[in-house]
Design a protein around this ligand. Structure first.
Ligand SMILES: Nc1ncnc2c1ncn2[C@@H]1O[C@H](COP(=O)(O)OP(=O)(O)OP(=O)(O)O)[C@@H](O)[C@H]1O
Ligand SMILES: [Mg+2]
Length: 411
């Protein structure tokens, strides 16, 4: 499974310079766990970190200017950390699978002379084949849309080698588009293609219960969308295309985890829509999704997302706790962890939360605490680096309880 081992954000709102996990330049850090959770008080930068992932994904899907101008962001000047004129930068340190050489993607976005954001530089690099230590070498290097790219699976920039058949110079026509967006469509650049596909596959959840209550027009769909308003279509897909027995099993597994739900099944209407029916055991007739509570629909959506046979490689969820009963939170945390550490194509899951009950289910290396420094910029620490907390957890104290009792905060 693909794993983001580290992520660095610079000059993005309150994240002046924040790193989670391991980078090629910071090999001392431990890689991110498949399930990673960020906690912290109001206003410390949790949503900003969540949005930093979303921003990088939007830069690829749209372009850097559109990504900056999206409604929740309000333009480059608002996004750039106050008090600096440096570019906004991101670094992703990632491994396609266990045992593969890690890859680093660096992206720098600045303002051009007309005041519009553009891609200042972009680098993809990797160690040479057979090297498990030492510095990585670029196989894509672009500055202001111009640079070099190395084709195939192996070639990288090697100093002193003038003639390299894999090497080609490139010049982009649109400085607001990422180079990986175009080069990643070319057959001769399989590594760029795989990275681009990985980034394209990121799933940032913006689920809201009412979306799941709509009655979308019929038509099976394979994957749940970010708002969850195609939940009926996904169920329809599973009902029609998947093995029926497997689908029933999934529904009963999900039902067992939602309190007050005895069973879930489906009914196909005359116009071939699939209605989700929840049976609570108390009434003879089941309830339809439209009548179900917010929390039930939310848990159902998350669990269905987890059951996707081809899940997104990377899933981000902000505050999954909203509207959920506290005991369900621990179950949900365990579910996320089990899926993130599960089968071969398991998703990596990144969650922000306020909820100690959710954190109770976690281990110190899975949790990062964001705080606001005295200079107004965010600081992040991994809870496993707090010796006292680690010892208390080893003694059996639940992590959320320790957070609640202020053991995790520096200030
Ligand atoms: N350009 C900027 N430069 C520096 N700081 C900024 C900038 N834009 C916003 N901020 C700060 O970032 C913080 C917002 O952080 P964010 O919304 O990520 O917090 P949060 O941890 O999600 O909080 P909550 O728990 O309330 O949702 C605010 O405190 C704001 O002061
Ligand atoms: Mg927030």
């Amino acid at each position: 499974m693909a794993l983001i081992e580290g992520f660095r954000v610079q000059n993005y709102r309150a994240l002046r310079d924040v790193t989670v996990g391991k980078l090629s330049s910071q090999q001392g850090g431990a890689p991110l766990t498949p399930f990673t959770v960020v906690i912290g008080k109001n206003g410390v930068g949790k949503s900003t970190l969540f949005d930093a992932f979303g921003f990088v994904a939007d830069c690829l899907t749209h372009d850097v200017e559109q990504a900056c101008d999206m409604k929740q962001r309000g333009g480059f000047e608002r996004l750039r950390s106050r008090g600096t004129t440096d570019p906004i930068r991101f670094e992703i340190y990632y491994r396609e699978a266990k045992g593969e050489r890690p890859m680093t993607y660096e992206l720098s976005i600045a303002l051009d002379e007309t005041g519009r954001p553009f891609v200042e530089s972009e680098v993809l690099k990797q160690r040479r084949k057979g090297q498990s230590y030492g510095r990585p070498y670029p196989f894509l290097r672009l500055t202001h849309g111009k640079g070099m790219v190395w084709a195939g699976e192996e070639a990288v920039e090697v100093e002193g080698v003038e003639e390299d058949r894999a090497q080609a110079s490139v010049e982009l026509t649109d400085l607001r588009q990422l180079g990986i967006a175009t080069l990643g469509t070319l057959k001769e650049h399989p590594r760029i293609k795989r990275f681009r596909d990985f980034l394209k596959g990121w799933y940032l959840s913006y689920f809201y219960p009412d979306a799941a209550r709509g009655l979308p027009s019929a038509g099976p769909q394979k994957h749940l969308n970010i708002h969850g308003d195609n939940i009926g279509n996904v169920v329809q897909f599973m009902e029609q295309r998947e093995n029926t027995e497997r689908f029933k099993l999934i529904l009963s597994r999900i039902a067992a985890k939602i309190p007050g739900v005895k069973s879930i099944d489906t009914r196909v209407t005359d116009d071939k829509r699939v209605l989700l029916r929840f049976n609570d055991g108390a009434f003879a007739d089941p309830f339809f999704a439209q009548q179900m509570s917010d929390g039930t629909l939310k848990v159902f959506a998350y669990l269905l997302l987890m059951e996707d046979p081809e899940p997104p490689p990377f899933i981000c969820i902000e505050e999954p706790e909203n509207g959920l009963y506290h005991k369900l939170l621990e179950t949900l945390a365990h579910e996320f962890r089990a899926h993130a550490n599960g089968k071969k194509n398991a998703p990596q899951i990144f969650v922000t939360t306020h909820q100690p009950y959710f954190v109770d289910a976690l281990s110190p290396d899975e949790v990062w605490i964001l705080e606001k420094g005295s200079d107004g910029y965010s600081v992040i620490r991994r809870v496993s680096d707090l010796e006292i907390v680690k010892n208390l957890v080893d003694e059996g104290l639940p992590l959320g309880g320790l957070w609640y009792s202020d053991y995790l905060e520096a200030s």
